[in-house]
Design a protein around this ligand. Structure first.
Ligand code: GFB
Length: 375
């Protein structure tokens, strides 16, 4: 009873203090580049940036692209992830709460400036961020009825970097009293995620809803352990992207297996787009190694369930029913006893980071890490 009371008082205190204006200011941005894996990569850098500037991060909704919709769909951040876990690292508030309770006083319409490193070209106005030009830019800000009265082109001021110097530079140019909200047209962070920010994944925890969905799926469909989770990224978009590996040896999330300086190996076509044969061989090897009873397959295209079942008769292969939720796939891959991912995919990278934070193992298709004496 006492514990419940304490938790209640704690959350009440949080609500009261977080709904007071943070005089150190806020950072908000549109996750306007890429789909979930890309957005999640950039989120970690943006979280670190807000902490460095000692401004509250306004958690933007996730931007999703659904077949039946003409424009992007904005899904509140806390649909998928717990806000409270992020507060163990830094002050955050959801965009919905900020816009409803704080924006009318902290960020009135006449003070809404958009921030971009350089003017966006191919857009209507020159020397302007054109923050609402195109999809998802316009639909994102329209979700909250936000219009901008002015652009602040902040380049060459960097957003990468750490510590007091970066904060000082930003505070000098954009003091919080005059610019309470820094509102970026795109994430103020690098893509792919920088090495120093990878560990922030430990503050990203699934919402109760997704935690429960994953537990239910494990109980009713996976049933037996150990289970291996695999991510097959084999849609046509990825096949096309993999045709360009020779021009981009550090493509997307490749650092997660090859290392940030390429010190653990070289990018190959097979790592990017492994053949069915390679995939089956790799799964077989891990099934044998951990004596897996079940393999959970997540994919954006081909699941190979028939092929796997023919090659491993005693193992059960399962997937979500059609219209698989990407987030439930991610949560299930994160909870597996072993995970085999696609090294280039940022969707796989989200799983790998979560698993690393929980000391769970990951390997990648067509990739053998160099032994120590080969490095
Ligand atoms: O997340 P994402 O940036 O990962 O984009 P990559 C891939 C999207 O495809 C996901 C869907 O956000 C999902 O919507 N998807 C991929 C999946 N795998 C699965 C899966 O196993 N299950 C379900 N349900 N959905 C790269 C991008 O995608 O693809 C690049 O980083 C580029 O920007 C390239 O677009 C072609 O990193 O895999």
């Amino acid at each position: 009873m006492l514990l419940i009371l304490l938790v209640w008082i704690n959350s009440l205190t949080w609500m009261v203090t977080s709904l007071e204006q943070d005089t150190s200011g806020y950072v908000v941005y549109c996750p306007c580049m890429g789909r979930f894996g890309n957005q999640a990569d950039q989120f970690l850098g943006a979280l670190a940036f807000a902490k460095t500037l000692n401004r509250t991060l306004i958690l933007p909704p996730w931007v999703e692209y659904r077949p039946a919709y003409r424009t992007s769909v904005q899904v509140p951040f806390d649909t998928y992830f717990k806000v409270a876990s992020l507060r163990e690292y830094h002050r955050v508030i959801t965009m919905e709460t900020f816009m409803k309770h704080l924006a009318p006083t902290v960020w009135p319409p006449e003070e809404r400036f958009s921030f971009c490193p350089v003017a966006r070209s191919h857009s209507p106005k020159t020397n302007d961020c054109n923050a609402k030009y195109g999809n998802p830019f316009g639909p994102f800000w329209d979700t909250f009825g936000i219009d901008f009265v002015k652009s602040e082109i902040f380049g060459p001021l960097p957003y990468d970097g750490q510590g007091i110097h970066l904060k000082k530079k930003w505070d000098e140019r954009f003091p919080p009293e005059k610019f309470p909200v820094l509102s970026f047209t795109a994430p103020p962070s690098s893509f792919p995620v920088q090495k120093i920010h990878v560990g922030l994944q430990k503050y990203v925890k699934w919402s109760n809803e997704y935690e429960q969905k994953a537990k239910d799926f494990i109980k009713t469909t996976i049933v037996e352990r150990p289970y291996i989770g695999i991510h097959l990224r084999n849609g046509i978009d990825f096949k096309r992207a993999c045709d360009h590996i020779s021009d981009a040896p550090r493509m997307f999330a490749s650092a997660q297996c090859l290392g940030y300086s390429g010190e653990k190996g070289k990018l190959t076509k097979d790592i990017c787009f492994p053949s069915d044969d390679i995939v089956i061989r790799n799964v077989k090897k891990e099934v044998k190694r951990i004596k897996a009873k079940v393999v959970f397959v997540a994919s954006d295209n081909r699941y190979l369930i028939k092929e796997f079942s023919a090659a491993m008769k005693k193992v059960k292969f399962v997937k979500q029913p059609s219209d698989a939720s990407p987030h439930l796939d991610l949560a299930l891959l994160g909870k597996a006893d072993h995970f085999i991912g696609n090294c280039i995919s940022t969707f796989s990278a989200f799983v790998k980071r979560e698993r690393d934070a929980n000391n769970l193992s990951t390997s990648f298709f067509a990739f053998e890490p160099k032994k120590h004496d080969e490095l």
